[in-house]
Ligand binder design. Structure first.
Ligand SMILES: *Cc1c(COP(=O)(O)O)cnc(C)c1O
Length: 466
């Protein structure tokens, strides 16, 4: 029930004509009708807040116009905007996962204009957008064939829709992973109409469970087996599952394909060996391996479908693959990323990619950088501390890598916010009520900018001059 005070506040809401004529909106580059739409929507929100008692007083037209101008100014900045990732999480999904290499950025920029996406320049004939990427990726991964879609979720969707037709895919209840934001592997696999035949139990699934789902004497058999990497969790205790080699033998006996959704998609190099490479999953008997482009591969968002040509070609020809095809800039960035993997011998076995460089950096060099940065920041009470970085991105559950961080003095939540809203934004980590800036995830190229950002956040010498 609105109080009389609310009624009078509602009556005093600024009139639209006065708002639009206010000096704060006089020089705006935004078109008139857009300013009006934004102002009307903000006014509507204010009206609701007054009615619901969440706001207590109306504002005058000038002040309100200022708020509209502020909103429009915020919209006019490029978004998503650059952030310095000082979280210590190398593949931070909320911060855009794998940072691209300089070569990938340049390749994407070159492809952004007119490019030879689907023309063979040599003959002038029509070509495929995958004609350059496909052989390079196949060679780098060590797979007979590979197709690329927009992301791994798309790969899962199209692979299960095509290879799970008509009988559906068998999937252990123990692998029905939720990958984040409420999205679940089993639901994504089913989204194209594929039947999911859940077998086993949460903690224990046996070969006999899969056998039953593929046994034609017990009803319509499944058309494929789906194996899913647990990505971001682990099970301990009274647990058993069926490994890929045993599933592969069963798949061969029943003449159905074995799809392995491995998520992270390592190509090896200097990454932890306990995550098998895509090629190793194929060697273990997977017919088709699904992997993300922006996790351990260190490239752009993409979904790789790698495996036997007879399976990959069926997927490639399906109408859904057309709907999920990647754009030219992604293809260009992925091509450049594949080249970095292919030529990593020239860079000491570490592919020239930001992710792999972050993994390779030694503790000693992190410590030296930290000491130098702490001195340049000139902060009282700042400390160089041991830290734990993680690869993240649901790549290796429980993974930890030693790292070094700057521990900043001051009230953690307020300081963390000031760093986040600065330009460029710096996202650190809060630990034991202090802001930590983990240096493993900060490109040394950004060290000067980091010193300056900490200065502007109200700590240390502003500008960060040496
Ligand atoms: C990350 C992940 C996905 C989703 O991949 P996107 O590229 O984010 O679509 C699917 N399955 C598994 C096992 C994953 O780890």
């Amino acid at each position: 029930m609105p109080s009389p005070m609310t009624d009078s506040a509602l009556a005093r809401l600024p009139k639209m004509d006065r708002v639009l004529a206010a000096p704060a909106l006089a020089g705006t580059p935004w078109r008139r009708e857009i300013v009006r739409r934004v102002a009307e929507s903000m006014l509507g929100r204010l009206r609701t807040e007054l009615r619901e008692g969440k706001a207590s007083d109306a504002v005058d037209a000038e002040t309100f116009a200022g708020l509209v101008a502020e909103q429009l100014a915020a919209w006019a900045n490029a978004h998503p905007q650059r952030v310095i990732n000082a979280t210590g999480v190398l593949l931070h999904t909320n911060l855009g996962r794998a940072p691209w290499s300089r070569a990938a950025i340049e390749a994407a920029a070159a492809a952004a204009g007119a490019c030879d996406l689907e023309v063979e320049l040599d003959t002038g004939a029509r070509g495929s957008r995958f004609s350059w990427l496909r052989p390079v990726l196949s060679a780098v991964i060590g797979a007979p064939d590979v197709h690329t879609v927009n992301n791994n979720a798309a790969g899962l969707l199209v692979a299960c829709t095509v290879l799970g037709d008509p009988g559906g895919v068998v999937l252990s209840y123990g692998q029905m992973v939720e990958i984040g934001d409420g999205f679940r592997v089993a639901t994504m696999a089913a989204a194209g109409g594929c039947r999911i035949i859940g077998v086993g139990s949460t903690n224990r699934t046996h070969l006999a469970d899969y056998e039953a789902a593929l046994d034609p004497t017990r009803g319509p058999p499944a058309s494929a087996i789906l194996w899913v990497h647990l990505s971001n969790f682990e099970q301990h205790g009274y647990v058993t599952d069926v490994g890929l080699p045993a599933l592969a033998a069963l798949a061969r006996a029943r003449k159905v394909p074995l799809i392995a959704d491995v998520g992270s998609g390592s190509l090896g190099a200097n990454l932890p060996a306990r995550e098998p490479t895509v090629a190793q999953y194929l060697e273990q008997g997977a017919d088709v391996v699904l992997a993300s482009g922006d996790k351990l591969l260190g490239g752009p968002q993409a979904g790789l479908i790698a495996g036997g040509a007879q399976w990959v070609e069926r997927i490639r020809r399906h109408p859904m693959a057309r709907a999920l095809r990647p754009d030219k800039t992604t293809i260009a960035a992925l091509h450049a990323t594949a080249l970095a993997h292919a030529m990593s011998d020239a860079t000491g076995g570490v592919p020239a990619l930001p992710l792999h460089t972050m993994v390779a950096v030694t503790l000693e060099s992190l410590r030296q950088r930290a000491e130098l940065l702490a001195a340049r920041m000139g902060l009282d009470g700042a400390a160089v501390v041991e830290s734990q970085a993680t690869i993240g991105g649901g790549s290796l559950p429980g993974d930890r890598m030693p790292s070094v961080a700057l521990r900043l003095p001051g009230r953690a939540s307020a300081l963390a916010r000031r760093l986040r809203v600065g330009s460029p934004a710096v996202v650190g980590r809060i630990d034991a009520d202090a802001v930590l800036l983990d240096l493993r995830t900060v490109d040394p190229i950004d060290d000067d900018v980091l010193v300056a950002a900490v200065g502007r956040a109200g700590l240390g010498p502003v500008g960060g001059e040496r």
